[in-house]
Design a protein around this ligand. Structure first.
Ligand code: G6P
Length: 494
């Protein structure tokens, strides 16, 4: 059973105003579909709009169970606590997180609703895999309701350093919620290490390597006036005698690399890539950015660096153009509205200053596209710009690599992404270092074909071997090795 913020389908309106469901072809669904089909699995999630949830239904061999959110819960839980508190906090406070008590209360309420659905729907001895920052209390809540199930949790975004995490007024509840799981997956080793430190500091728990010892008898919080250390020393001996170990480790997520490569090889997509280059005026160099319009993605840093390059005449139209696709996201959250304004003013300024009729230096598209169209853009691009200030993984970087089956193209990649831990052959940059970023953009745009090929070949090897199926299998194998302490034969619900 999977519990995730969203269902793997999108609710759309049919021609006569009726509700229709369209499969949303995300990587997570692709990876889990075969596993879920074989296990007759259920997927629990929010359909994406406020109001009464639809009845459970089947789609692509999966049983889908909707969790409904009221208008107020969309505002307080989804836009509020998830995307106004946790998202900025976990991404190194790039935007200031807001701590509001009613938002937290809505988060607890919605997490409980998910946990109750899981507890009702899960078969005896089931494996329950909970996803991401929206559902961090669910593991603990499910464990209380159903001691017979195996519980995993995977955090798709970064887990912050303790000094930042410590700002959260509800840090102890979050740590306890996650520790309800048997296995906690993170993108990078540094995320797992940050979490282990949070366990020591907020809950006074003992850790050994990747394991946290959670005492059977429950555990008190450290006294409010202590940082946890003395308290922990005193308690370690008793804790080690009883309790269960929770493992926190890195399982870097990936994409369905073969499927992306196949799309890239299709004649339609190749023709479309050609068309895109022609529409851009057949420049020598196409630079490309594709992101959700989010302040973590470093879009402004990229635009400003490119603006300076144009000013200095190092690259520019008609020989080089930048295409920036920014897909709409979380549009009712204030910081996202503000970012959109800033990005659009910046694009307008740069195009105004350095454009000519028929030759704008930046083509900006605030739209969402289907995967085939995105792959056509990947194929059309000589240089891919991935410049986040912080990103759990960044799958766009991996998709670009998977689509470049002829081993051409250059990837510029921020060191603050999870992908940078794997794609060492990319042009690695620090997006805050504008001079370094500018030099690297120019270098990537003028790299020799031999060097480009050597780099791309190395990155492709990694992305093709470590695809999303490998990720899901590695994680689920590790979860299946957790000893079940309450055998499925025992009646879980009395
Ligand atoms: C990130 C998160 C996901 C989230 C997605 C889209 O990738 O890790 O959990 O679903 O962004 O954001 P949204 O707010 O539209 O669900």
């Amino acid at each position: 059973m999977v519990a995730a913020s969203r269902l793997p389908v999108d609710q759309t309106e049919g021609p006569d105003g009726e509700t229709e469901w369209r499969a949303s072809p995300g990587g997570l669904v692709t990876a889990l579909e075969p596993v879920m089909r074989a296990a007759e699995g259920a997927w629990i999630g929010w359909p994406g709009a406020a109001g009464e949830p639809p009845e459970p239904f089947d789609s692509n061999g999966m049983h889908l169970v909707s969790v409904g959110l009221s208008e107020e819960e969309v505002a307080d839980y989804y836009e509020g606590f998830c995307n106004g508190t946790l998202w900025p906090l976990y991404h190194d406070v790039i935007a200031p997180p807001e701590f509001r008590r009613p938002w937290w209360e809505a988060y607890v309420r919605v997490n409980r609703r998910y946990a109750e659905v899981v507890a009702t729907e899960a078969a005896r001895g089931a494996t329950v895999w909970v996803h991401d920052y929206q559902l961090q209390l669910v593991p603990g809540m499910v464990r209380e309701l159903r001691a017979d199930v195996r519980i995993g949790h995977f955090t798709h975004i970064p887990f912050p350093g303790y000094e930042i995490f410590a700002q959260l007024p509800w840090r102890r509840q979050i740590v306890r919620g996650l520790l309800g799981a048997d296995l906690l997956g993170f993108q990078r080793q540094s995320d797992a290490t940050n979490f282990l430190r949070a366990c020591r500091r907020t809950a006074g728990l003992a850790t050994r390597g990747s394991l946290v010892r959670v005492p059977d008898a429950g555990y008190d919080d450290p006294p409010a006036d202590s940082a946890g250390r003395g308290f922990r020393r005193q308690r370690v001996a008793e804790d080690l005698a009883s309790g269960r170990d929770v493992r926190a480790a890195a399982f870097p997520i990936s994409i369905d690399s073969a499927a992306i490569e196949e799309i890239a090889k299709s004649p339609e997509v190749q023709a479309r890539a050609q068309q895109i280059r022609e529409a851009l005026g057949k420049p020598e160099t196409v630079l490309l950015g594709i992101d959700r319009l989010d302040y973590t993605k470093g879009i402004l840093h990229r635009l400003n660096a490119y603006g300076e390059i144009l000013e200095e005449g190092r690259l520019g139209p008609p020989a080089a153009v930048l295409v920036q696709i920014a897909s709409p996201s979380r549009e009712r959250v204030e910081s996202y509205r503000h970012l959109r304004d800033e990005v659009e003013v910046t694009v307008g300024r740069i195009n105004g200053d350095y454009g000519e009729v028929g030759n704008p230096p930046i083509h900006y598209l605030h739209q969402s596209y289907p995967k085939d169209e995105l792959v056509a853009y990947y194929l059309a691009a000589d240089v891919m710009l991935v410049t986040p200030l912080r990103d759990g993984m960044n799958l766009v970087a991996k998709e670009y690599v998977a689509s470049r089956y002829d081993e051409t193209g250059a990837l510029i990649l921020s060191e603050f992404t999870g992908a940078a831990d794997e794609l060492h052959a990319a042009f690695i940059i620090n997006p805050h270092d504008i001079d370094g970023l500018k030099d690297t953009i120019v270098r990537a745009a003028t790299v020799s074909p031999a060097e480009a090929r050597r780099r791309m070949r190395s990155m492709r090897r990694r992305v093709l071997e470590h695809d999303v199926a490998y990720w899901a299998k590695t994680y689920l194998d590790a979860l299946s090795k957790v000893p079940v302490r309450y055998p499925p034969a025992a009646d879980p619900v009395g």
